[in-house]
Unconditional design. Sequence first.
Length: 706
Amino acid sequence: MALSNFQPILRAFNIEAEGKDKTAVIDVTAMFSADIPELSAVSLLAGLRLPTAPPADPTRSFIDEIKAFPENIEVRSTLTWNFGAPPLPPTSPNAPPSAVIPGNLRSLSVMVHYSMVLLPEKPMMGRFSDPRVGYFVQPFEEYANEENRVEQKGFITRFRLEKKNPNAAVSEPVKPIVFYVSREVPDVWRPFIKKGIEDWNVAFEQAGFKNAIIAKDAPTKEEDPNWDAEDVRYSVVRWAALPVENAMGPHVHDPRSGEIISAHLILWHDVLKLSQGWYFAMCSAQNDAARKLPFDKALMGEILLYIASHEVGHTIGLRHNHKASSAYSIAQLRDPEFTKTHGSVGSIMAYGRFNYVAQPEDNVRSLIPIIAEYDKFAVEWGYKPVTGAKKPEDETKMLDEIAARQMTNPFLRFGGEDGPAMVDPTVKTENIGDDPVKATELGFKNLERVINGWLVKATTKPGEDFDVLKETFNDIWGLRRLWYGSVVRMVGGVVESRTLVGRGGDQFARVPKAKQKEAVKFLNEQVFMPPTNLIKPELLNQFQYFGAADVIINQQKSALESLLTPMRFKLLTDGEAMDAKNAYTLREFMADVQGGVFSEVSKPGASVDIYRRALQRNYLEHVKSLLNRPVVTASPFGGGGRSSELAAMMTAGWQQTDFRATVRTMLEQLSSRLAAAAVTAKDAATASHLKDCRKEIEMILDPKKG
């Protein structure tokens, strides 16, 4: 690749002086007090669309600070841009768009941080990536092969770990991975964070290393006044005193080999608030200690330990493994002994969060993810030394044998965030368990216990407002939406196995028809039927003065629209094309959905409440919008890789399905049933609604009548 590409020259400098060893001395002030085009900060600014970015104003741009360490240089600069007068409106409809600048912004100053890191003198031997194991990858193109084509390859990112005793099955490393818990981290949380780091030793032991990862407190200023968290020689846990509900684990690696040089685990303060809210909603039904806010230090520390462990996984090279959220059965998640050993998801790198499936009577006490079997397997695959290997190709056989364990052990399977994840219902976030319908049903029961039990008492205090109550209530409804979202994804779903040639069966398998129909039945009964027991007046009257009905209406509308999408129609059509005999056809699917949404009209004396009337109107509006969508003819196979294929499928080709013909026929049948139901309707509101729906169908089928 380097032979066929030439990297740009960023800047030319005059030599201002020479050192004693003839090294050149240059003045970089102008470079770091201006915007470097190739590293432009203005292109990253949210909310700006600037076809041509203006240069930074030199009179208002300057270097704030430079730190020089043995292996890196850190520069902070303040850069200011002058955007001038706002753009004039376009002179014609076909004129190109002007630069979009938010509000009345004329000038903008930002702090830019540049890092320059010295790479190791001798690169570590890289390890080829494998789609069956989730590592961050440094990609490259290989031309020197016998395949008569350019191969896309990559090295995984990992720390350099070498055994002190290469002949020992388990040996201490020559240089362990050391994380320093920085000075600003609150003392109360230090023991939990350090344990979250060192818990990874159980995974490194499976790779052949003892005491591979160590947590230390950063030295005090008295112990080492020169210690600095920005020194690339240190991997550091930082605590950011900002109201941000997040954490992250970035690292710096050598692009030549994937070697991780330094890593930072960053915890923003309000990650405590976020995780406390999650645990309260998901687990207070199973854990009495979580029914009072704020949590005590022991419980909060246990949750923070989990968050730290997850982010450490990223810092050692691991990507998210969202398929691990589906690794455990419902019975296993309700088993106290199983969860004590395995946690709540098959990998701490999943977004499984906490065990909302377990019921109070199950007496499950281990409700939080732990480093699990996949994590140990992944670290073994990525870090285990291969005896005698001199080049990456020498490792292939042994690594393939390790990865092939997935064929017989489903706990080891990986599913990331690339293309197939969009349609694979076993690759999921914020959901757990191998049965989305049963898991969601059990989760709903726990949410009902929280709302109708201790929600108000836990979130309110005498003399204070109801903000925490409102926020927690909305969070609970947000979880409800996320959980039934996993049920929606069952319809038309395609499960990916990530097999390689000779290492398993088919890569893809469609969700069985019975499972898809079960999913639609659950949505009809548990989502499209309003859960009015969750919005009692004595609760909503504390904080909701407007839009009380919207709590349910908006969620039902969202569920309906996520169920009826062009991508799903295309997937159902593909399923019929692949196996017509056993497929859940588009016609059956639409009949089940429409039948559920309009179930009241199937018998005399119909009475449709306010929520169902809104749902039925939303159904007709959504179907109408789908019928009126313009035809897109772009091929979904444009050569842009898995993700681009899926993105194209969402907008192209679905009009070739039977959706239009199917829906028109079903609307005609529905119109007849609505006419009959309106005559025998139990109340005037229902009768008027049914007549209105029939008129709407008439206009959908023949727009000229509108």
